[in-house]
Design a binder for this molecule. Structure first.
Ligand code: ZN
Length: 389
Protein backbone atom coordinates (compact mmCIF):
# COMPACT_ATOMS: atom_id res chain seq x y z
CA UNK A 1 0.00 0.00 0.00
CA UNK A 2 1.35 3.40 -1.01
CA UNK A 3 0.25 6.56 0.77
CA UNK A 4 0.91 10.20 -0.11
CA UNK A 5 -0.08 13.14 2.06
CA UNK A 6 -1.76 15.90 0.05
CA UNK A 7 -2.00 19.30 1.66
CA UNK A 8 -2.90 21.57 -1.25
CA UNK A 9 -6.43 20.42 -2.07
CA UNK A 10 -8.92 23.11 -1.10
CA UNK A 11 -12.61 23.09 -0.26
CA UNK A 12 -13.16 24.76 -3.62
CA UNK A 13 -11.42 21.91 -5.47
CA UNK A 14 -13.47 19.31 -3.64
CA UNK A 15 -16.75 21.07 -4.25
CA UNK A 16 -16.41 21.41 -8.00
CA UNK A 17 -19.09 19.15 -9.43
CA UNK A 18 -20.43 18.22 -6.01
CA UNK A 19 -23.42 15.94 -6.43
CA UNK A 20 -25.72 15.23 -3.57
CA UNK A 21 -28.45 12.65 -3.34
CA UNK A 22 -31.30 14.37 -1.54
CA UNK A 23 -33.26 11.16 -1.11
CA UNK A 24 -30.50 9.13 0.48
CA UNK A 25 -28.91 12.09 2.21
CA UNK A 26 -25.58 11.28 0.69
CA UNK A 27 -22.85 13.16 -1.02
CA UNK A 28 -22.02 11.31 -4.22
CA UNK A 29 -19.32 13.04 -6.21
CA UNK A 30 -16.76 15.83 -5.98
CA UNK A 31 -13.44 17.03 -7.40
CA UNK A 32 -14.97 17.64 -10.80
CA UNK A 33 -16.37 14.13 -10.98
CA UNK A 34 -13.07 12.50 -10.13
CA UNK A 35 -14.01 11.75 -6.53
CA UNK A 36 -16.59 9.19 -5.46
CA UNK A 37 -17.76 10.14 -2.01
CA UNK A 38 -19.72 6.95 -1.33
CA UNK A 39 -17.80 3.99 -2.70
CA UNK A 40 -19.44 0.61 -3.15
CA UNK A 41 -18.05 -1.05 -0.07
CA UNK A 42 -19.36 1.72 2.09
CA UNK A 43 -22.97 1.47 1.11
CA UNK A 44 -23.90 0.78 4.70
CA UNK A 45 -22.72 4.21 5.67
CA UNK A 46 -25.77 6.27 6.48
CA UNK A 47 -25.49 9.96 6.86
CA UNK A 48 -27.45 10.65 10.02
CA UNK A 49 -30.40 12.74 8.95
CA UNK A 50 -31.16 15.59 11.27
CA UNK A 51 -27.69 15.45 12.71
CA UNK A 52 -27.42 19.14 12.03
CA UNK A 53 -25.12 19.92 14.90
CA UNK A 54 -22.32 17.87 13.44
CA UNK A 55 -22.73 19.48 10.04
CA UNK A 56 -22.60 22.93 11.55
CA UNK A 57 -19.57 22.01 13.62
CA UNK A 58 -17.66 21.16 10.45
CA UNK A 59 -18.31 24.62 9.00
CA UNK A 60 -17.61 26.38 12.28
CA UNK A 61 -14.30 24.54 12.52
CA UNK A 62 -13.34 25.83 9.09
CA UNK A 63 -14.26 29.40 9.99
CA UNK A 64 -12.28 29.18 13.22
CA UNK A 65 -9.37 27.55 11.40
CA UNK A 66 -9.51 24.46 13.58
CA UNK A 67 -8.08 21.33 11.99
CA UNK A 68 -10.70 19.12 10.41
CA UNK A 69 -8.59 16.02 10.82
CA UNK A 70 -7.27 13.68 8.19
CA UNK A 71 -9.27 12.56 5.21
CA UNK A 72 -8.37 9.39 3.34
CA UNK A 73 -8.80 8.81 -0.37
CA UNK A 74 -8.28 5.60 -2.22
CA UNK A 75 -6.62 6.15 -5.55
CA UNK A 76 -8.39 3.76 -7.89
CA UNK A 77 -6.77 5.17 -11.04
CA UNK A 78 -5.33 8.48 -12.20
CA UNK A 79 -8.82 9.72 -12.91
CA UNK A 80 -10.67 8.08 -10.05
CA UNK A 81 -10.54 8.59 -6.31
CA UNK A 82 -12.81 7.25 -3.58
CA UNK A 83 -13.30 8.58 -0.09
CA UNK A 84 -12.17 6.03 2.48
CA UNK A 85 -12.70 8.20 5.51
CA UNK A 86 -14.19 11.67 5.64
CA UNK A 87 -17.52 11.27 3.79
CA UNK A 88 -19.41 13.07 6.47
CA UNK A 89 -17.06 16.05 6.54
CA UNK A 90 -16.95 16.33 2.75
CA UNK A 91 -20.70 15.95 2.44
CA UNK A 92 -21.25 18.63 5.09
CA UNK A 93 -18.97 21.03 3.26
CA UNK A 94 -20.56 20.31 -0.11
CA UNK A 95 -24.04 20.72 1.30
CA UNK A 96 -23.17 23.98 3.01
CA UNK A 97 -21.67 25.71 -0.01
CA UNK A 98 -24.79 24.63 -1.94
CA UNK A 99 -27.03 26.31 0.65
CA UNK A 100 -28.51 23.02 1.86
CA UNK A 101 -28.24 24.09 5.47
CA UNK A 102 -27.36 27.17 7.49
CA UNK A 103 -25.10 27.86 10.44
CA UNK A 104 -25.93 30.25 13.27
CA UNK A 105 -24.09 33.55 13.48
CA UNK A 106 -23.06 35.37 16.69
CA UNK A 107 -26.61 36.65 17.19
CA UNK A 108 -28.13 33.23 16.69
CA UNK A 109 -29.35 34.17 13.21
CA UNK A 110 -29.37 31.55 10.48
CA UNK A 111 -26.72 32.12 7.91
CA UNK A 112 -26.53 30.43 4.54
CA UNK A 113 -23.36 30.30 2.51
CA UNK A 114 -24.69 32.55 -0.25
CA UNK A 115 -25.60 35.17 2.34
CA UNK A 116 -22.22 35.24 4.02
CA UNK A 117 -19.72 38.08 3.82
CA UNK A 118 -17.38 37.64 0.90
CA UNK A 119 -14.27 37.27 3.06
CA UNK A 120 -15.87 34.40 4.98
CA UNK A 121 -16.91 32.73 1.76
CA UNK A 122 -13.36 33.10 0.48
CA UNK A 123 -12.00 31.67 3.71
CA UNK A 124 -14.11 28.55 3.26
CA UNK A 125 -13.19 28.16 -0.40
CA UNK A 126 -9.48 28.50 0.33
CA UNK A 127 -9.39 26.11 3.27
CA UNK A 128 -6.96 23.30 2.57
CA UNK A 129 -7.83 19.77 3.55
CA UNK A 130 -5.36 17.20 4.80
CA UNK A 131 -5.75 14.22 2.58
CA UNK A 132 -3.96 10.93 2.57
CA UNK A 133 -4.10 9.37 -0.86
CA UNK A 134 -3.68 5.61 -0.64
CA UNK A 135 -3.18 3.09 -3.36
CA UNK A 136 -3.65 -0.62 -2.93
CA UNK A 137 -5.77 -3.62 -3.73
CA UNK A 138 -9.41 -3.67 -2.62
CA UNK A 139 -8.91 -6.14 0.19
CA UNK A 140 -5.85 -4.24 1.31
CA UNK A 141 -7.82 -0.99 1.31
CA UNK A 142 -10.71 -2.57 3.17
CA UNK A 143 -8.46 -3.99 5.80
CA UNK A 144 -6.64 -0.74 6.13
CA UNK A 145 -9.87 1.20 6.35
CA UNK A 146 -10.91 -0.96 9.27
CA UNK A 147 -7.58 -0.38 10.94
CA UNK A 148 -7.70 3.40 10.71
CA UNK A 149 -11.21 3.39 12.04
CA UNK A 150 -10.28 1.22 14.98
CA UNK A 151 -6.77 2.28 15.75
CA UNK A 152 -6.84 5.86 14.57
CA UNK A 153 -4.41 7.61 12.29
CA UNK A 154 -0.89 6.29 11.86
CA UNK A 155 0.63 9.74 12.33
CA UNK A 156 2.40 11.09 15.37
CA UNK A 157 0.89 14.26 16.75
CA UNK A 158 3.86 16.27 15.51
CA UNK A 159 3.60 14.84 12.02
CA UNK A 160 -0.01 15.92 11.99
CA UNK A 161 0.87 19.42 13.22
CA UNK A 162 3.57 19.69 10.56
CA UNK A 163 0.95 18.97 7.94
CA UNK A 164 -1.57 21.38 9.42
CA UNK A 165 0.91 24.25 9.73
CA UNK A 166 2.97 23.47 6.66
CA UNK A 167 4.98 26.44 5.46
CA UNK A 168 8.44 27.97 5.60
CA UNK A 169 8.75 27.60 9.37
CA UNK A 170 8.06 23.85 9.37
CA UNK A 171 10.41 23.38 6.42
CA UNK A 172 13.28 25.12 8.23
CA UNK A 173 12.43 23.38 11.50
CA UNK A 174 12.58 19.99 9.83
CA UNK A 175 15.90 20.81 8.16
CA UNK A 176 17.39 21.40 11.59
CA UNK A 177 15.58 18.98 13.88
CA UNK A 178 14.32 16.19 11.65
CA UNK A 179 17.49 15.61 9.73
CA UNK A 180 19.13 12.38 10.84
CA UNK A 181 22.38 13.60 9.24
CA UNK A 182 22.61 16.46 11.72
CA UNK A 183 25.77 15.78 13.73
CA UNK A 184 24.18 17.19 16.91
CA UNK A 185 21.63 14.41 17.10
CA UNK A 186 23.83 12.14 19.12
CA UNK A 187 24.23 14.81 21.78
CA UNK A 188 20.51 15.55 21.80
CA UNK A 189 19.60 11.90 22.08
CA UNK A 190 21.13 11.82 25.55
CA UNK A 191 18.35 14.08 26.80
CA UNK A 192 15.51 13.63 24.33
CA UNK A 193 13.63 10.43 23.54
CA UNK A 194 12.59 9.35 20.10
CA UNK A 195 13.94 9.85 16.62
CA UNK A 196 14.56 12.65 14.18
CA UNK A 197 12.48 11.23 11.36
CA UNK A 198 9.39 10.75 13.51
CA UNK A 199 9.71 14.45 14.45
CA UNK A 200 10.48 13.91 18.14
CA UNK A 201 13.31 16.45 18.27
CA UNK A 202 11.32 19.07 16.46
CA UNK A 203 8.41 18.43 18.80
CA UNK A 204 10.71 18.81 21.79
CA UNK A 205 12.26 22.05 20.51
CA UNK A 206 8.80 23.47 19.87
CA UNK A 207 7.55 22.31 23.25
CA UNK A 208 10.41 24.00 25.05
CA UNK A 209 10.19 27.24 23.09
CA UNK A 210 6.41 27.45 23.34
CA UNK A 211 6.22 26.33 26.97
CA UNK A 212 3.90 23.54 25.94
CA UNK A 213 1.70 25.37 23.43
CA UNK A 214 3.08 23.81 20.25
CA UNK A 215 0.06 24.36 18.03
CA UNK A 216 -0.23 28.03 18.95
CA UNK A 217 3.46 28.59 18.42
CA UNK A 218 3.46 26.89 15.03
CA UNK A 219 0.42 28.85 13.97
CA UNK A 220 1.94 32.24 14.86
CA UNK A 221 5.32 31.45 13.29
CA UNK A 222 3.95 29.56 10.31
CA UNK A 223 5.28 31.91 7.62
CA UNK A 224 8.48 32.97 9.39
CA UNK A 225 11.56 32.91 7.21
CA UNK A 226 13.87 31.82 10.02
CA UNK A 227 13.85 29.60 13.10
CA UNK A 228 16.43 31.60 15.06
CA UNK A 229 14.35 31.89 18.23
CA UNK A 230 13.48 28.19 18.21
CA UNK A 231 17.09 27.15 17.68
CA UNK A 232 18.52 29.56 20.23
CA UNK A 233 16.13 28.45 22.93
CA UNK A 234 16.71 24.79 22.19
CA UNK A 235 20.48 25.17 22.31
CA UNK A 236 20.27 27.16 25.54
CA UNK A 237 18.43 24.29 27.20
CA UNK A 238 20.83 21.65 25.87
CA UNK A 239 23.90 23.69 26.85
CA UNK A 240 22.48 24.31 30.29
CA UNK A 241 21.84 20.60 30.93
CA UNK A 242 25.29 19.56 29.82
CA UNK A 243 27.02 22.29 31.80
CA UNK A 244 25.18 21.54 35.06
CA UNK A 245 25.31 17.75 34.75
CA UNK A 246 28.68 16.87 33.28
CA UNK A 247 28.09 13.11 33.28
CA UNK A 248 25.44 11.68 30.99
CA UNK A 249 23.21 9.12 32.68
CA UNK A 250 20.63 7.06 30.82
CA UNK A 251 17.87 8.25 33.19
CA UNK A 252 18.37 11.79 31.92
CA UNK A 253 16.77 10.87 28.63
CA UNK A 254 13.22 12.13 28.27
CA UNK A 255 13.05 14.26 31.40
CA UNK A 256 11.06 17.49 31.27
CA UNK A 257 14.15 19.55 30.58
CA UNK A 258 12.23 22.49 29.17
CA UNK A 259 10.35 22.92 32.43
CA UNK A 260 13.45 22.34 34.56
CA UNK A 261 15.34 24.93 32.51
CA UNK A 262 12.63 27.54 33.05
CA UNK A 263 12.61 26.88 36.76
CA UNK A 264 16.29 26.57 37.54
CA UNK A 265 18.52 28.06 34.83
CA UNK A 266 19.00 31.28 36.75
CA UNK A 267 20.43 29.48 39.76
CA UNK A 268 24.13 28.77 39.97
CA UNK A 269 25.44 25.26 40.42
CA UNK A 270 28.87 23.73 40.95
CA UNK A 271 29.10 20.99 38.30
CA UNK A 272 31.91 19.13 40.05
CA UNK A 273 29.96 19.00 43.30
CA UNK A 274 26.79 18.02 41.47
CA UNK A 275 28.57 15.18 39.75
CA UNK A 276 29.52 13.77 43.16
CA UNK A 277 25.96 14.15 44.45
CA UNK A 278 24.54 12.34 41.43
CA UNK A 279 26.89 9.42 41.99
CA UNK A 280 26.04 9.36 45.69
CA UNK A 281 22.32 9.17 44.98
CA UNK A 282 22.85 6.60 42.25
CA UNK A 283 24.71 4.47 44.77
CA UNK A 284 22.00 4.80 47.42
CA UNK A 285 19.92 1.65 47.45
CA UNK A 286 17.03 3.52 49.09
CA UNK A 287 16.53 5.71 46.03
CA UNK A 288 13.95 3.91 43.97
CA UNK A 289 13.45 6.58 41.29
CA UNK A 290 16.69 7.61 39.66
CA UNK A 291 14.87 9.82 37.16
CA UNK A 292 14.03 12.10 40.08
CA UNK A 293 17.67 12.58 41.08
CA UNK A 294 18.26 15.53 38.74
CA UNK A 295 15.29 17.61 39.78
CA UNK A 296 15.97 16.75 43.43
CA UNK A 297 19.48 18.18 43.10
CA UNK A 298 18.38 21.23 41.10
CA UNK A 299 15.76 22.00 43.74
CA UNK A 300 18.32 21.99 46.52
CA UNK A 301 17.96 18.46 47.97
CA UNK A 302 14.57 19.11 49.52
CA UNK A 303 11.83 17.19 47.74
CA UNK A 304 12.61 13.56 48.57
CA UNK A 305 9.28 12.52 47.05
CA UNK A 306 11.04 12.86 43.67
CA UNK A 307 13.33 10.00 44.63
CA UNK A 308 10.59 7.67 45.81
CA UNK A 309 12.74 6.65 48.76
CA UNK A 310 12.09 3.13 49.95
CA UNK A 311 9.46 3.06 52.71
CA UNK A 312 9.37 0.96 55.87
CA UNK A 313 8.13 -2.55 55.47
CA UNK A 314 4.77 -3.44 56.96
CA UNK A 315 6.35 -5.81 59.51
CA UNK A 316 8.65 -3.07 60.81
CA UNK A 317 5.74 -0.66 61.11
CA UNK A 318 3.66 -3.21 63.03
CA UNK A 319 6.39 -4.14 65.50
CA UNK A 320 7.26 -0.47 66.05
CA UNK A 321 3.60 0.34 66.64
CA UNK A 322 3.28 -2.46 69.15
CA UNK A 323 6.40 -1.47 71.07
CA UNK A 324 5.46 2.22 71.14
CA UNK A 325 1.89 1.53 72.22
CA UNK A 326 2.76 -0.84 75.08
CA UNK A 327 5.31 1.63 76.46
CA UNK A 328 3.03 4.67 76.31
CA UNK A 329 -0.13 2.94 77.56
CA UNK A 330 1.60 2.31 80.89
CA UNK A 331 2.47 6.00 81.17
CA UNK A 332 -1.06 6.95 80.10
CA UNK A 333 0.21 9.21 77.34
CA UNK A 334 -0.43 9.17 73.60
CA UNK A 335 1.38 6.61 71.47
CA UNK A 336 2.25 9.43 69.07
CA UNK A 337 5.36 11.02 70.64
CA UNK A 338 4.40 14.44 69.28
CA UNK A 339 0.85 14.26 70.66
CA UNK A 340 2.23 13.08 74.00
CA UNK A 341 4.34 16.21 74.55
CA UNK A 342 1.63 18.59 73.34
CA UNK A 343 -1.18 20.28 75.22
CA UNK A 344 -3.89 19.27 72.86
CA UNK A 345 -6.85 17.00 73.48
CA UNK A 346 -4.89 14.15 71.92
CA UNK A 347 -2.27 14.23 74.69
CA UNK A 348 -3.46 10.86 76.00
CA UNK A 349 -4.88 9.44 72.83
CA UNK A 350 -3.92 5.93 71.80
CA UNK A 351 -4.10 5.92 68.01
CA UNK A 352 -4.98 2.79 66.10
CA UNK A 353 -2.37 1.30 63.76
CA UNK A 354 -4.08 2.56 60.62
CA UNK A 355 -4.33 6.05 62.07
CA UNK A 356 -0.55 6.31 62.14
CA UNK A 357 2.30 6.50 59.62
CA UNK A 358 5.93 5.46 59.81
CA UNK A 359 8.58 8.15 59.94
CA UNK A 360 12.37 8.17 59.85
CA UNK A 361 13.73 9.29 63.26
CA UNK A 362 16.88 10.50 61.54
CA UNK A 363 15.73 11.77 58.17
CA UNK A 364 16.76 9.72 55.13
CA UNK A 365 18.36 12.83 53.63
CA UNK A 366 20.56 13.14 56.73
CA UNK A 367 21.72 9.56 56.44
CA UNK A 368 18.92 7.85 58.39
CA UNK A 369 18.29 4.31 57.22
CA UNK A 370 14.99 2.62 56.52
CA UNK A 371 15.43 0.03 59.27
CA UNK A 372 13.50 -0.80 62.45
CA UNK A 373 15.90 1.10 64.68
CA UNK A 374 15.22 4.31 62.78
CA UNK A 375 11.43 3.89 62.60
CA UNK A 376 8.86 5.68 64.67
CA UNK A 377 5.12 5.77 64.29
CA UNK A 378 3.41 9.18 64.30
CA UNK A 379 -0.25 10.08 64.04
CA UNK A 380 -1.07 11.07 60.47
CA UNK A 381 -1.34 14.77 61.34
CA UNK A 382 2.07 14.93 62.93
CA UNK A 383 3.64 12.82 60.23
CA UNK A 384 2.37 15.22 57.63
CA UNK A 385 3.49 18.22 59.66
CA UNK A 386 6.97 16.81 60.03
CA UNK A 387 7.08 16.50 56.28
CA UNK A 388 9.03 14.26 54.04
CA UNK A 389 12.49 15.29 55.14
ZN1 ZN B 1 0.44 13.11 66.91
Amino acid sequence: MKTILKTEITVKDICVGFVYNELEGKGLFGLNGKLTIQPEYQRNYIYAEGDGKREMAVIESILKEYPLGLIYFNKVSNEKLEVLDGQQRITSIGRFVNDKFAIKDKNGMEQYFSGMAEDNQAKIWKTKLLIYECKGGESEIKEWFETINIAGVPLTSQELLNAIYSGSFVTLGKEEFSNSQNSNIQKWSAYIKGSANRQDYLECALDWASKGNIGGYMSSHRYDKNITELKTHFNSVIDWISSVFVDVESEMCGLEWGRLYEKYHNKSYNPAKISIEVQKLYGDSYVKNRKGVFEYILGGFVDTKLLNVRVFEESIKKSTYKKQTIQTEKKEISNCPYCAIGHEVNKNKIWKFDEMDADHVTAWSKGGKTIAKNCEMLCKTHNRAKGNR
